[in-house]
Design a protein around this ligand. Structure first.
Ligand SMILES: Cc1cc2nc3c(=O)[nH]c(=O)nc-3n(C[C@H](O)[C@H](O)[C@H](O)COP(=O)(O)OP(=O)(O)OC[C@H]3O[C@@H](n4cnc5c(N)ncnc54)[C@H](O)[C@@H]3O)c2cc1C
Length: 482
């Protein structure tokens, strides 16, 4: 069987690896994507392997949310084995650093996440922190309530200190760039795998099936099966292909992360806040580079700006608030760290904010995108399911919930959506330096947001459903049509 995979991010590579391990001598797997990976979310990721630490007050309320959490929890358990699988497969061809790696006992993969509950934003942090603790208890997941002062390398400014903290031992982190290198090394050991350093211009449909893809230089490549995993560009590619299938729009969740070098304050664990203000909060993550380099590189993340199209640079305000947040809320000594790289990646974010995963009404086309902020973590699980879908095997029927041609999931009522959006807007304002005045103005601002959101819901005809808070501006400016 010949399979073309459009895209070369973590979802594409992990799925190619699953397929390659099961391939027959006559099979061919072609991975198409520019080597430089423009806009890659994968390369900008932390990449935290967080499941419980990502929970917020609404995370486990609906069937789709619950299934998403199950996948994420399963991914936490699969990562240690997955790391060894691709390291074993790539043995002999791994990058120099990886060859000396101790696998899951150190190096570019490590376990341990501290979640802090501080007062830098607003009480949404408390609500989400409580939701994390409640879920850990309900699922009997190991965790410890600890004194924030005992967290290694945690030295916030006094006024931003955490009042509570927990340690989750099973949730870890990776260096995404080394992971991509190691996966590519593993894939290079399979003769059926071929890379094409190019961009796909469009997919070509002939009758009921996809026949081929056409590259930007006009080259046509035929195959039996196609996996569309190009991250945030999926909608542009589908539009250029005119395949006559109805797939909800995927937006560009432009995210910034910043690599710093902090020789005196190396990290060995993740330190993070709960999700807040329409994003995943503030975090600092060990960024292991090589066995020869000291453990002094750290990734600070991350921002999120939903955009209808690609944006190459990070916004000044994103960079400013991440650096300020890191110095104020994580370690005040970071003022003397040096910035080594600013990453900008496009989180593939769908109209309803749930992933698009599965077969389509075109029998040989599978789509995998929309993983938003946890696609790296989910990749060992999703890659198994996607390989099975491409091989026409059965998968968990709950994947139907994320069928690419579904109508957008609208589980939030109008009232709940407006409440949630107001809370997140206020949380975001506090993160960006809002200082309330000593009068009615703070309440008036809340009322102003509420009135504005009521009007927007009326304007787009959202009477018995609510706009996902992240998508407010996309509805406001007409980028989503009902
Ligand atoms: C700042 C930031 C921090 C994040 N932190 C985390 C985290 O801590 N944990 C976590 O699990 N997730 C995290 N994420 C989310 C995670 O990165 C994504 O969910 C995941 O990487 C998506 O993978 P992907 O393969 O679908 O897309 P991508 O990684 O974006 O890969 C798509 C690839 O396809 C290529 N491509 C695009 N169009 C075409 C085309 N027409 N032809 C050929 N190739 C094409 C692109 O150049 C790119 O290389 C973060 C994201 C960002 C931006």
């Amino acid at each position: 069987m010949d399979t073309v995979i459009v895209g070369n991010g973590i979802i594409a590579l992990a799925t190619a690896f699953r397929l390659a391990k099961r391939s027959k001598p006559s099979d061919k797997i072609v991975i198409i994507g520019k080597k430089a990976r423009p806009g890659s979310a994968t390369l900008a990721a932390a990449a935290m392997l967080n499941s419980f630490a990502e929970i917020d007050e609404d995370s486990l309320k609906t069937e789709a949310d619950f299934f998403h959490f199950e996948l994420s929890h399963l991914a936490t358990r699969m990562w240690p084995k997955f790391v060894f699988e691709y390291m074993d497969a790539g043995a002999g061809r791994l990058p120099e650093g990886c060859a000396k790696c101790e696998g899951s006992h150190g190096a570019c993969y490590g376990l341990g996440t501290y979640v802090i509950n501080n007062t830098a934003a607003d009480s949404l942090d408390d609500v989400n922190f409580n939701a994390i603790v409640a879920a850990l208890k309900e699922c009997d997941e190991p965790f410890e309530e600890i004194s924030p002062r005992s967290i290694p390398n945690y030295r916030p400014q006094e006024r931003y200190r955490a009042t509570r903290a927990i340690y989750i031992p099973n949730e870890g982190w990776l260096n995404p760039r080394l992971t991509v290198d190691a996966l590519e090394a593993a894939l290079s050991t399979f003769s059926c795998v071929q890379y094409v350093d190019a961009e796909v211009d469009r997919l070509v449909r002939k009758g009921a099936l996809i026949d081929s893809v056409v590259l930007k230089d006009g080259t046509r490549m035929a195959a039996d099966k196609f996996l569309l995993a190009p991250g945030a560009t999926a909608t542009d590619l589908l539009a250029a292909s005119a395949l006559d299938i109805d797939v909800q729009r995927v937006f560009y969740g432009v995210g910034v992360s910043i690599e710093i070098k902090s020789p005196d304050f190396p990290h060995t664990k993740v330190i993070r806040t709960p999700n807040r203000g329409l994003a995943c909060g503030l975090y600092s993550v060990p960024f292991y580079i090589s066995p020869k380099a000291p453990l002094d590189s750290i990734l600070i993340g991350s921002s999120n700006l939903i955009s209808p199209g690609p944006r190459d640079g990070g916004q000044l305000v994103s960079i400013q608030s991440l650096l300020l947040g890191a110095m104020e809320q994580i370690n005040s000594n970071f003022y003397r760290a040096s910035v080594t790289r600013v990453n900008v990646g496009w989180r593939p974010t769908t109209t309803d904010t749930y992933p698009l995963l599965g077969k389509t009404s075109i029998a040989n086309l599978v789509i995998a995108t929309g993983t938003k902020r946890d696609g790296f973590h989910l990749s060992p699980v999703l890659s198994e399911a996607l390989a099975s879908m491409l091989l026409n095997e059965k998968v968990d029927p709950s994947y139907e919930l994320f069928r690419p041609e579904r109508a957008p999931i609208r589980h939030l009522s109008r009232e709940a959506a407006i409440d949630k959006a107001v809370r997140h807007f206020i949380s975001a304002s506090y993160q960006h330096g809002f200082v309330p005045s000593h009068n009615r103005l703070p309440d008036q601002i809340i009322q102003m947001h509420r009135d504005d959101l009521e009007k927007l819901h009326d304007k787009v005809g959202a009477r018995d459903w609510g706009i996902p808070p992240e998508m407010i501006e996309m509805y406001r400016y007409g980028h989503i049509k009902n």
